[in-house]
Design a protein around this ligand. Structure first.
Ligand code: NAP
Length: 206
């Protein structure tokens, strides 16, 4: 698939590497511009390129959002995301690392308001980037692989993301709707920040 990755830091850069290794075409974008991403693109290989955020959204059939939550207002205009499978990996931390109180809303519901026509899936939120970098086990059975949780209201979009996750050597585990499933993935939840196999993850989610 063609995957646009907005935010080429710890999570975005690591996911881009896994996607490129799995054979996908990847476009990475950051706030400083494509010329600052030469080193990353070279390390990702011939299937990768650097683009502006807007171009990376246009490029992607799937778009991964991996910028700091506090900068989400800087994302490309919402209509550019229309019809695309958009993965929201952002967690609502402030600049000082505190969890931002969103009241009854979940962070991905806030992202959904900004991208109303996107096919939004919350994923890649609970796993630290180091675990993502080192935890891929493509030759293991799904139940023995580390879990990457997905949540959302669009079943087909979730299936696309689940397939991508399997393709990079992890196991997708569905936590439910964008609201309730999203809440289950928030900072402080029992699955947050814990490397869990799919078997363990299913027990906890159940
Ligand atoms: N780190 C983790 O283990 C982890 C795990 C799960 C989820 N997350 C979430 O993933 C997101 C990114 O975290 P991170 O640790 O990867 O952060 P990071 O290493 O600081 O990287 C952030 C990236 O976002 C880019 N960026 C910032 N503002 C942007 C904008 N307006 N447009 C385009 N790109 C922009 C930065 O580019 P410049 O450097 O050019 O500004 C940088 O490439 C956060 O929301 C975080 O909560 C992180």
């Amino acid at each position: 698939m063609r995957i646009g990755v907005i935010g080429a830091g710890h999570i975005g850069g690591t996911a881009a590497k896994l996607f490129a290794e799995a054979g996908h075409e990847v476009a990475v974008a950051n706030s400083r511009g494509p010329s600052s991403l030469g080193g990353l693109v070279a390390s990702l290989g011939p299937k990768a390129r650097a683009l502006s955020p807007g171009e990376a959204v246009k490029f992607g059939e799937v778009v991964l959002l991996a910028i700091p939550w506090r900068r989400k207002e800087e994302l490309p205009a919402g209509e550019l995301f229309a019809g695309k499978v958009v993965i929201d990996a952002m967690n609502p931390y402030s600049a000082t690392g505190g969890i931002i109180d969103l009241g009854k809303a979940t962070s991905s519901e806030e992202v959904a308001k900004m991208t109303p026509k996107a096919r939004l899936v919350k994923a890649f939120n609970t796993m630290g980037w180091k675990t993502l970098e080192t935890g891929s086990r493509p030759s293991d059975l799904l139940q023995d692989r580390l879990a990457i949780f997905i949540a959302g209201d669009d079943g087909e979009a979730k299936a696309v993301v689940a397939k991508l996750i399997e393709g990079i050597g992890f196991a997708p585990i569905d936590t439910g709707s964008l609201r309730e499933g999203g809440r289950r993935q928030e900072p402080g939840s029992p699955i947050y920040g814990r490397p869990l196999t799919a078997r363990q993850a299913r027990e906890i989610v159940r």
